[in-house]
Design a protein around this ligand. Sequence first.
Ligand code: NAD
Length: 484
Amino acid sequence: MTKHEIKAIIDQTIKEFNKSPSFESSSAKGKSPAHACSTIHIGSANKWLCSDVEEAVHNAQRAQQVLLKSNLEDRARFISAMRDASRLHAKSLAELAHTETGYGSTAHKVLKNLLAADKTPGLEDLGTSATSGDDGLTLVEMAPWGVIGSITPSTNPTSTIINNAISMITAGNAVVFNPHPGAKRASQEAMRILNEAIKSAGGPETLLTTVNEPTLQTGNDIMKHPEIKLLSITGGEAVVAQAMKYPKRVIAAGPGNPPVIVDDSANIAYAAKCIVDGASFDNNVLCVAEKEVFSFSNITDELIKEMTENQGAWLISGSDIDKVARTVLTEKEGVYAPNRNFVGRDASFILKACGISFYSKPRLIIAEVPKDHPFVMTEMLLPVLPIVRVKDIDEAVENAIIAEKGNQHSAMIHSQLIGNLTYVATALDTTIFVKNAPSYSGLGFGGMGFTSLTISTPTGEGLTSARTFTRARRCVLKGDLRVV
Ligand code: NAD
């Protein structure tokens, strides 16, 4: 065949193709089917910041397929690169989160980012189990779900992304995140840094995807997407309730309102320090943070004195309590909620807004109130800590259970009596229970154990880790492979 003849065949083929009806209708909209396909599936396959949920799911799915084909040594290298990058950028991410949300303190957000980078478990969490006997050998291996949909909060935006990303990728998954719209820049920057780290370690570029403009709608689109079989929800009551409406597996890390009990055997000076340290950390936005104190009457004066004189707490009383309540809380038909303008703000910002004079730079506001005061019964997420006097351990437990509102989240106690430590731990039945330490010790910060920023409470998985985001698969071999 001559060159001439070949060219004639090509020209004829193109002519025929251009006549095809599907091409005509698509080209009328300015796109051929091949082009439309390449726009979504090829041209943008390496995009982690996507225009819509469909693209975000698709790109995450492709990356997860690549992850599945890589070996565990590769995966360990990706995780290690994510940890290094998170450490390197811990400060800039903290600054970004603080600037964007106005919540908490940059220094404490740095610590949360480092905690997530260092103490989120890796591949060691996925241990395989083996059972051998007369019938042979059975293995149970932990397998990925595929693409996980993760909804993240405004209160710990970057540390939750770091923690979730390490856990979920360790388990072999990819993730489509829907960060809180009020923390989207910081959250997206954390994702960019982590994706870059994975890429620089030789991994796929889109294991963590999201949309340009996360909204409640995109969150729901992710929750209902048929290719997303597992949801990880970190947030308040409304988002947990919303996720539960979808007929799929939900790991829900919901709200808390953690009580702390102080009995009269406690080391009061130490208890005062722990409580102020925990309740003022990141201006109280952590879900595990001390939110109300039940202290024995006979040591309450001493506790308050230690908190105010030695630990930087500012005591308010009388009409000032009402002023603060009117300022930091909103009320609708008897239901209180925190005023978002004061969530995670400094104690001095709140005192100034209430017109209450103070000196120095208090790190926490404390107030003695009755057991049913809205300060006690509302998860405020700001540095105002109510203190309620109780006569004994039974009254403390009874009121702490009411204040915890069945969240089964976190609680603390300060006591030297083994009987009380055991009784309260059992009675409160929370996911995290901390004895004689600040609340954040329960997250592995100054306490033993790994960390998680997604503490699954209503669905019961507890502190989540890579293993939480896996499916157990059993493989049975009849008769063979025993060595004994
Ligand atoms: P939030 O509930 O306002 O938002 C959390 C996430 O849910 C955000 O991404 C938000 O956009 C999304 N969301 C909220 N309502 C939704 C709906 N109807 N449909 C779809 N998406 C929705 O919470 P926040 O202020 O960002 O975070 C603080 C809350 O989260 C507190 O209640 C705190 O206790 C809880 N929290 C729990 C944990 C935990 O591990 N258990 C960790 C951090 C925060």
